[in-house]
Design a binder for this molecule. Structure first.
Ligand code: SF4
Ligand code: FES
Length: 224
């Protein structure tokens, strides 16, 4: 199997494609393929040329940290939850396009945290939420901050004011547990999410935690 990877040695360097050969287990995940390609004394590409080790990120290898988010055969997904058997004859890997590349498949998703920080994302005095909120609170709190929802969103990246689905879910969590922050967070939600969302809902299709962002939106709109 051929594994074609869009590579970039360092931030700002010229990207280039490099192809590798993988002849391991068809039940392996893309994360395991990357590990197999990297853990050799000499990493060589499909033409036998020496290649630098492939930069990619992971921590959990079980769909829980979000680190391995990348574009796999054109679809934004987690490498540890995407399997060779589902990918056909060639695997094509690119870094997420909505974030600056650090190295190969590693991107800087710091903007997600920066946006939360800029909006004053803290709970302050905790107010126990109504039991009616518990189920959706649990769902929204599963967010990995992986950035896949931002990658597919047609509105994210068009201007600096729209923070995307990841922000809507955090707004809901804060607004539903904080008396102190509830009001100001509804304003942040209106300015940095509701005003820019065209409801393509592609964020929900791609979310590895299957967070129903539309429910966060409905609950925040009802509070507004
Ligand atoms: S909402 Fe889903 S896709 Fe978006 S950052 Fe959170 S876990 Fe990832
Ligand atoms: S390595 Fe943690 S989600 Fe893939």
């Amino acid at each position: 199997m051929r594994v074609k990877i869009l590579r970039q040695q360092y931030p700002g360097a010229e990207p280039y494609w490099q192809t590798f050969l993988y002849d391991g287990d068809a039940d392996a995940s893309v994360a395991a393929v990357l590990d197999t390609l990297n853990y050799k004394d000499d990493v060589v590409d499909a033409d036998g040329n020496h290649a630098p080790r492939i930069g990619w990120e992971c921590s959990c290898l079980q769909g829980l940290c979000g680190g391995c988010a990348m574009v796999i055969n054109g679809h934004p997904a987690l490498a540890c939850e995407t399997f060779v058997r589902d990918l056909g004859e060639e695997i094509v890997l690119r870094p997420l396009s909505k974030f600056p590349v650090i190295s190969d498949l590693v991107v800087d998703r710091g903007v997600i945290q920066e946006n939360l920080k800029a909006s004053g994302d803290y709970i302050g005095e905790y107010t126990p939420p109504s039991p009616k909120e518990h189920a959706h609170q649990y769902a929204a709190a599963k967010c990995l901050k992986c950035g896949l929802c931002l990658e597919v969103c047609p509105n994210y990246g068009k201007g600096e004011h729209f923070y995307g689905a990841v922000f809507a879910n955090d707004c809901y969590l804060v607004a539903s547990t904080s008396k102190e922050q509830g009001e100001s967070f509804r304003k942040e939600y209106a300015g940095h999410f509701a005003a820019g969302c065209s409801k393509s809902l592609s964020c929900m299709e791609v979310c590895p935690m299957q967070i129903p962002t539309i429910a966060s939106m409905a609950k925040l709109n009802r509070r507004g």
